[in-house]
Design a protein around this ligand. Structure first.
Ligand SMILES: C[S@@+](CC[C@H](N)C(=O)[O-])C[C@H]1O[C@@H](n2cnc3c(N)ncnc32)[C@H](O)[C@@H]1O
Length: 320
């Protein structure tokens, strides 16, 4: 069966197309009100179609979560056609990432070197994204409301962004009038991306907005020694991390207490730390909980379009 030649709504993909049209009507209106161009449209709403579908302007970022029942390449082709017609997005503007159990190679697993970068707007900010070149897009959408919440506290303050990725929290803080920002991520690729994001938003004073390509644990030790202090800190570590540039592997469940302790040492009196991570089943352990006052604010940081399956948890951490 060649799904590409079928009428758009025929066959098994019709249910997907119908659901996407319904979701699109709701979320397009909502996104206009929220002043955003990038949002989650669909998240495994129908078990037969195990995709998360995010709209980034005129593009779609599609993640297939393959479970026990394999989805064949023919199925995927039909599903992509349904997405293209229902959401009125050109097939060339759909980026598919397969989060697949290893079953040999597939035409869909490759990432493209020449995927184009483009800009999306979010509440008065601009971000460079690239949906085809990397596994992630350049902008995590589930922290959209956290960015606004954190930025609201940064005016005139020193802001620290740890595990910063492409610096979206830094952009918000700098635009909100932070006195200074320090952005730490060990990836040079992402630090360059952060610099471009800052410039896109009219921020080019890189003495006031410092970008540091370093291992967070190593940098925290050195910053404590230099007595650096910050009034607002964002700490959003990966679930796991292992890299040649790090001395040890990192596991947020295992390593939370020393990481939080080292970060809290840099908090100025009366300062606030936002701690978040995406590890499934993450639990704040007793040793970490003793370090400060942790308020679970996840219900306020997960935006409307992620409520079906909240990807992160988030705490507001204070010491006084
Ligand atoms: C989950 S992302 C952070 C998301 C980011 N806060 C945001 O909202 O866009 C993880 C980032 O941590 C960085 N990273 C991983 N291990 C690191 C380490 N030990 N030191 C510094 N950065 C690290 C990666 O390069 C990646 O950019």
């Amino acid at each position: 069966m060649n799904a590409v030649n079928e009428a758009p709504d025929s066959g098994a993909a019709a249910a997907l197309a119908n659901r996407l049209r319904k979701n699109a009507r709701h979320f397009a209106r909502w996104a206009r009100r929220e002043d955003i161009e990038a949002y989650r449209l669909y998240d495994r709403d129908i078990p037969e179609f195990p995709y998360a579908i995010d709209r980034y302007g005129q593009w779609l970022h599609v993640q297939l979560f393959e479970g026990k029942r394999p989805v064949t390449d023919d199925d995927i082709t039909a599903h992509l056609m349904a997405m293209s017609t229902a959401l009125e997005v050109a097939p060339a503007h759909i980026a598919l990432k397969v989060r697949r159990r290893q079953r040999g190679s597939s035409q869909y697993e490759k990432l493209e070197d020449d995927g184009p970068s483009f800009t999306v707007h979010e509440r008065g900010h601009r971000f460079e994204v690239n949906l085809k070149r990397y596994l992630d897009s350049g902008l995590f959408l589930d922290h959209r409301d956290t960015r606004r919440m954190v930025a609201a506290e940064t005016h005139g303050k020193r802001f620290l962004n740890l595990f910063a990725y492409t610096g979206s929290f830094t952009v918000y803080a700098a635009c909100a009038g932070a006195a200074s920002t320090v952005t730490v991520d060990m990836s040079h690729t992402y630090q360059d991306w952060t610099a471009r994001n800052l410039v896109l938003n009219g921020i080019d004073d890189f003495a006031r907005h410092r970008l540091v390509a370093d291992d967070v644990m190593a940098w925290l030790g050195a910053a404590t020694y230099r007595s650096e202090r910050f009034e607002v800190v964002m700490l959003d570590p990966p679930s796991f991390s292992n890299s040649k540039r790090m001395q040890d592997s990192f596991d947020v469940q295992r390593d939370q207490a020393p990481l939080l302790a080292a970060t809290l040492r840099l908090l100025a009196p009366g300062g606030v730390l936002y701690f978040s991570n995406n590890r499934q089943g993450f639990k704040l352990d007793a040793e970490a909980a003793r370090l400060a006052h942790f308020e679970d604010i996840t219900a306020r940081t997960v935006p409307e379009d992620f409520k079906r399956r909240p990807p992160h948890r988030c705490w507001r951490v204070t010491r006084d």
